[in-house]
Design a protein around this ligand. Structure first.
Ligand code: COA
Length: 257
């Protein structure tokens, strides 16, 4: 439990808790991501230029992604929650952390290579694709809806060498009504702690204007950009600087001994 009632900003802060999300919370998470990224240059204007006409489709974009991600055993959704006056939990923040690297593939978060649960992601993806063909996302630009997926492979080389093993922060959002209360930092800290235990690095691609937030959270090195590489479609998006908390070389050496 993080109790941050008195801070140096002098604001009345709410106590909150960080915990793994539950499957039935995915629609609430999608709602929160829609709200938090409404004015974001990439998820707002570039991917969802018609979101004002079709706000529920914007939410569906996040929900469809979350349902597929849920069955990816190298990803974990965390939420920050506060308790309302009636004693009910309210989700106020969310982080999606991914474990990148051979180690993750080898152990696949403890699933054996023939574990049938590995099929759940491709099956959900196929179902989601079929659903999207029947009910397209009307809030999205037909040209840019899959811009992120089309740019993935341009960045593959970034997670190599000493950075091959990493906890990568895929998404992070805090309800605007709860900004500047330490929730974002706490959701980021979870990945740093995990990475430290495993002796691996931490990585993130920063949204436009969020660079200082990530530096304050402990990312030390800026290297790379989401739009890098000839023909990368994400070159049109502002922001996208990559930040790292690298593992020190002697730590990597002692881990490999
Ligand atoms: C970015 C975001 C997650 C920050 O969450 P938050 O809960 O308000 O952040 P915190 O209160 O934990 O802030 C930690 C520190 O960063 C600072 N900070 C927060 N937002 C900042 C910003 N946009 N720019 C610079 N510093 C920022 C805080 O003042 C605090 O500083 P301190 O070291 O003086 O205490 C939140 O603004 C958000 O959800 N934005 C919309 C979605 C988004 O852009 N997500 C990131 C995409 S990569």
């Amino acid at each position: 439990m993080h109790d941050a009632r008195s801070t140096r900003h002098g604001l009345e802060h709410r106590a909150f808790t960080i915990r793994p999300a539950l499957f039935h919370e995915l629609p609430l998470i999608a709602k929160l991501l829609t709200k938090a990224f409404w004015n974001d240059a990439l998820f707002g204007d570039i991917i969802h230029p018609y979101r004002r006409e079709f706000p529920e489709d914007n939410e569906l974009y996040w929900l469809r992604r979350a349902r597929v991600n849920w069955w990816d055993w190298s990803l974990i959704y965390l939420v920050s929650v506060v308790t309302d006056k009636g004693g009910e939990e309210v989700i106020t923040g969310v982080a999606l952390w991914a474990r990148i690297g051979d180690e993750a593939r080898r152990t696949n978060m403890k699933l054996g290579s023939r574990d049938p649960r590995r099929l759940l992601k491709p099956l959900t993806q196929a179902k989601t694709n079929a659903e999207a063909r029947t009910w397209p996302n009307r809030a999205a630009s037909a040209e840019h809806e899959d811009i992120i997926e089309r740019s993935y492979h341009y960045l593959d080389d970034m997670w190599t060498g000493k950075r091959a093993e990493s906890w990568y922060l895929e998404s992070l959002a805090v309800d605007p009504n709860f900004h500047k209360q330490g929730q974002g930092r706490a959701l980021v800290r979870w990945g740093f702690e995990q990475a430290e235990k495993e002796g691996v690095c931490v990585s993130v691609i920063s949204g436009d204007g969020k660079e200082d937030f990530y530096k304050r959270c402990g990312f030390e090195v800026q290297d790379g950009w989401s739009g890098m590489g000839e023909g990368n479609p994400l070159a049109i998006a502002p922001g996208g600087l990559m930040f790292w908390k690298d593992v020190k070389i002697d730590e990597v050496a002692s881990k490999n001994d």
